[in-house]
Design a protein. Structure first.
Length: 577
């Protein structure tokens, strides 16, 4: 790629999108340098900066979440400290509770890129594919869309909501402006235009409303600065910006390189995800950098293309590291950590899963960073509610790190899931006094259902294989004869008495139809009457009228009489034929 081509890309695409689809970093840098050297209006003069006058808050790395998503992009926190994260690559929005548990996975048909939550708990999702911003209630039922719906924004890069007025602010990155909407979704007005002057933008990436100061902060991505506005869009000041001197796209003289998501804490400190530098910069109220969180890299706590930051009420800073496909968690200053669900890393074998191979074993390889998998209670491990059929600790990949290998019935775990769609598999269990939980996506290929006994129930759901072909069965594949065998519930058992057998038939026949001796359809009353006449469960070969379900028998007699005109004959005292 030539530098001219890279420059064209950067004029048309934001940095994060170019990087995510694989354009070489060096080529992008060369193209950006051309943009810097190209003639144009001078950048607005930003706050002068200077030396830090206060120490940065302490940052403690806590953990990484790295499963069930591929390209985490935007984050939001609601009033209950639930964390929302968009993943455009898988088309999902994930919701994680403060204790670490993944509580929701909202599937979208498009590419959800931005997310916000208002004071009432309604969720706003911006779709990069169709440009719509959709509002959902707390149960994820769609309520309405902002403006005209699809096509309202070219690229809804971020969303902020004023908790006092309910106004909604949407960054339209590709149109270089900010749109303001009423609480009911009507467009009020917009501000911004392409350029580098005060109030102009070059691919604005993110927005944050600092309620304490009443200031809107916008990360002006390719002008390498933050801009501050009042709540009506009036320009106030900017932070960062280019030095104006020729040099590399990554020149050290710029305080901000590619600013993405941002957050302002209760002390007024600004946290900015600097995508190209792999760190979160911490700025004071005057825009002076006083420290940073994270370093560029692929290890735990390291960042590659950090896209967004969010802080919950416990003082935990969440960073969406897009190129690492991870969500990193740091504790800031005197933080709290309500985590009770330890984040586990899960990989699944085989993946994809093909039901036609005959292999019905799904293996989950589990690691819990910072904890010994040998401490996992192997009898506690479940996947999507199904208990493990066996678990052992070992080193499958030769990296000298132990993993838990838990096996599951693959057909049971994947039952009912549409073929060709990824299946989220959540694996959890007990580790010491806490629980671990992790998830991974499993591709399920189209399989041909196997029904060897031809009872209409697939073999992987059939709990009674071998039922007679065509015999009526319940949802588990069991016939009346299998649920209530004449000799007893198990081959080595007998019914305690005849009445017990008749009661079983009376109960089970509510769930499934039966057949009479001739193979014809039988009513429930006739089934009970037939059971009452049988010798099943009798201890001495005798059967008294008192042992018969009288009401059911009389209903059967009445029905037979009206159908045939015949009454049953009495063969001997106390018995019926």
């Amino acid at each position: 790629m030539s530098a001219e081509e890279a420059a064209t890309i950067l004029r048309a695409e934001p940095w994060w999108r170019a990087a995510r689809i694989g354009w070489p970093r060096a080529a992008l840098a060369a193209g950006a340098m051309l943009l810097l050297l190209a003639p144009g209006p001078a950048l607005a003069q930003c706050l002068p900066g200077g030396l830090a006058t206060q120490p940065p808050p302490a940052a403690t790395f806590l953990r990484s979440y790295r499963a069930d998503f591929r390209g985490p992009t935007r984050l939001a926190v609601d009033a209950r400290d639930n964390l929302y994260m968009t993943d455009p690559e898988t088309g999902t929005v994930l919701v994680r509770a403060a204790n670490g548990r993944l509580t929701a996975r909202r599937e979208h048909t498009g590419r959800p890129v931005s997310v916000a939550v208002d004071a009432a708990g309604r969720v706003y999702v911006g779709d990069a594919e169709n440009g719509a911003i959709t509002v959902y209630d707390t149960d994820w039922a769609p309520l309405f869309q902002l403006g005209r719906g699809p096509g309202e924004a070219t690229l809804p890069g971020d969303i902020a909501i004023d908790p006092e007025t309910g106004r909604v602010y949407v960054v339209d990155s590709a149109q270089h402006l900010i749109k303001i909407y009423s609480p009911r979704g009507a467009l009020l007005h917009s501000f911004g235009s392409p350029g580098a002057l005060e109030g102009q933008f070059n691919f604005p990436a993110a927005i944050f409303l600092d309620t304490a100061s009443g200031v809107l902060l916008v990360s002006d991505q390719l002008n390498f600065r933050l801009q501050a506005f009042d709540l009506d869009g009036g320009y106030l000041y900017c932070i960062g910006g280019s030095s104006g001197s020729p040099g590399s796209f990554f020149q050290g003289s710029r305080p901000l390189h590619v600013p993405q998501g941002l957050w302002v804490d209760a002390d007024g400190l600004i946290y900015v995800a600097d995508a190209s530098e792999g760190r979160v910069r911490i700025l004071d109220r005057d825009g002076i950098e006083i420290g940073h969180v994270g370093e560029f890299g692929a290890g735990p706590g390291q960042l590659s293309i950090p896209m967004d930051v969010a802080m919950d009420g416990y003082g935990r800073l969440f960073v969406a590291a897009s190129n690492n496909s991870r969500l990193e968690v740091f504790g800031i200053a005197e933080f709290g950590d309500p985590e009770t669900i330890l984040p586990a890393q899960i990989s699944l074998l085989p993946d994809p899963f093909d039901p036609d191979t005959g292999d019905s074993v799904l293996t989950a390889v589990v690691t819990v960073p910072g904890y010994r998998v040998a401490d996992i209670d192997t009898g506690s491990v479940v996947a999507n509610g199904h208990w493990s059929t066996g678990a052992a600790v070992g080193d499958s990949n030769g990296d000298l790190l132990l993993e838990l290998h838990a096996e599951f019935d693959a057909l049971a775990v994947t039952a009912g899931h549409p073929a060709g769609e990824p299946l989220p598999v959540v694996v959890s269990g007990t580790l010491g006094a806490m629980r671990f939980e992790g998830s991974a996506l499993l591709e399920v290929l189209a399989g041909t259902p196997v029904d060897q006994d031809q009872d209409g129930v697939d073999d992987h759901r059939d709990q009674c294989p071998g039922s007679a072909a065509g015999s009526p069965v319940d949802a588990s594949g069991c016939s009346l004869e299998q649920r209530c065998p004449c000799q007893g519930p198990l081959p080595e058992e007998n019914w305690e008495n005849h009445e017990q057998y008749v009661s079983c038939v009376a109960s089970v026949s509510r769930e499934i139809p039966g057949e009479d001796a001739a193979g014809g359809s039988s009513s429930r009353a006739e089934l009970i009457a037939s059971a009452a006449r049988s010798a099943c469960g009798k201890k001495d070969g005798k059967h008294t009228a008192a042992a018969i379900d009288g009401r059911a028998w009389h209903r059967a007699v009445s029905k037979r009489y009206w159908r045939t005109g015949k009454r049953p004959g009495r063969a001997a005292a106390g018995t019926w034929t």
